[in-house]
Design a protein around this ligand. Structure first.
Ligand code: FAD
Length: 383
């Protein structure tokens, strides 16, 4: 792996960083307090290429390489966890499956609208009230053929962007006998009759990113909205989540970087025992550990991204990057609050919000336990 970013990637990083510093970061607190999605900034992301990072140019995307996509999500995470999660889910979960498995007709129909910034975004519905980690055994939402249509019935839960999406790719059971070929993905436009998007969940953090439960009640879409082949849904899901994990790892690195910077600046200013607390070795060690772990996590995430863009297997490395980066972010954010003392526990200081936002990262797109399970399977299968 070339550890140095190339010229194009450096320019991309600077452009995204400057955009986030100007349009996203200043609104992070407001977005958290009001639970309002930052549409004004997201509208401007279309022309920048941030809404089509997994989509080739011919379908309206920017088709950037996987390292550039990870850089962008990290920068967004540095600016605002809520906005970053929405954009990560839109690109990695809502767009990537169509770009990868969709027919020419599906790509032309669904992708240009959601990558432009003038329209709504995209979402992926895997999770159900009774199925998160165990999608293979747990998914109850079913789709049955009726003439030229699929008829979908069942519940979904915890779906990012559902209320601001143009369509929701939905994981359904198409073979009620079960097994690894019983699931399929179907594209469901959000204005289809019978689809109910419930009010946003009240969450611990990431309040500016909408998360909704869904009910499908005799939702009818054309047979041609099936993504790829019938029965390939589990395989498509696992492949999509491999890519999504690089995103969540990158987002966690961005959150940790933001918390670290706030803690470092505070430590330089806050006086105790007649000198800045940054002169206390206990504080210095927390900052040193944070800087070291952020660096290690960033490299781990970018290594997985590099393998992906090289077309090499990257599932194990994506799981490692996600596991390490998200658990690292929790430690770093926790210590950023510690360094702030009581002020860190106050809503007046950014580290409080960042800590709440970071808490999701070890859960969404596969919990830490599931990442360990994936990594263990890989290492045990090795000679
Ligand atoms: C803010 C937010 C946004 C989300 N966005 C989306 C989205 O856009 N689309 C979507 O489909 N889903 C989304 N989710 C759902 C999320 O991906 C799932 O919640 C997650 O995968 C965990 O599933 P679960 O909550 O059902 O936990 P469960 O699977 O019930 O797990 C509960 C606990 O048991 C552990 N566990 C389960 N199985 C094992 C095992 N075999 N070995 C060891 N431990 C195990 C888990 O690690 C966890 O600690 C979102 C969730 C949140 C909170």
């Amino acid at each position: 792996m070339d550890f140095d970013l190339n010229e194009e990637q450096r320019m991309w990083q600077k452009a995204v960083h400057d955009f986030v510093a100007a349009q996203v970061r200043p609104k992070a607190r407001e977005v958290d307090e009001t639970s309002e999605f930052n549409w004004p900034a997201v509208r401007k992301m279309g022309p920048l290429g941030l809404l089509g990072m997994t989509v080739p140019e011919e379908y309206g995307g920017s088709g950037v390489d996987a390292i550039s996509a990870a850089i962008a999500i990290e920068e967004l995470g540095w600016g605002c966890g809520s906005t970053a999660l929405a954009i990560a889910a839109h690109n990695g979960l809502g767009c990537a499956p169509i770009a990868r498995f969709g027919s020419e007709e599906q790509k032309k129909k669904f992708l240009p609208g959601v990558t432009s910034g003038n329209n709504r975004l995209a979402a992926l519905a895997l999770t159900e009230p009774g199925a998160g980690s165990d999608l293979r055994g747990g998914v109850r939402t079913k789709a049955e053929k009726a003439g030229a249509e699929w008829v979908i019935n069942g519940p979904k839960a915890w779906i990012t962007n559902a209320s601001i999406a143009d369509y929701i790719i939905t994981l359904v059971r198409t073979d009620l006998r079960g097994g690894s070929h019983s699931l399929s993905m179907i594209i469901v436009p959000t204005d289809t009759p019978g689809l109910t998007i419930h009010p946003p969940e009240k969450k611990m953090g990431l309040n500016g990113s909408q998360t909704n439960a869904l009910t499908y009640e005799n939702v009818r879409v054309p047979l041609s909205y099936l993504l790829g082949e019938e029965g390939h849904g589990l395989r498509q899901t696992l492949a999509t989540l491999d890519g999504g994990r690089i995103s969540i790892g990158a987002l966690a690195v961005g959150l940790a970087q933001a918390a670290f910077e706030r803690a470092r600046d505070y430590a330089r200013e806050r006086q105790a025992f007649g000198k800045p607390i940054a002169e206390q070795q206990a504080i210095q060690w927390m900052l040193a550990d944070a800087a070291t772990e952020i660096n290690a996590a960033r490299l781990s995430v970018r290594y997985a991204a590099w393998l992906k863009q090289e077309g090499r297997p990257f599932g194990k490395e994506a799981a490692m990057g996600k596991l390490y980066a998200t658990e690292m972010a929790e430690r770093v954010c926790r210590n950023a609050i510690q360094i702030h003392g009581s002020y860190g526990y106050s809503r007046e200081y950014e580290v409080e919000r960042i800590y709440r936002d970071a808490r999701l990262m070890t859960i969404g797109e596969g919990t830490s336990e599931i990442q360990r399970l994936i990594i263990a399977r890989h290492v045990l299968a090795q000679e």
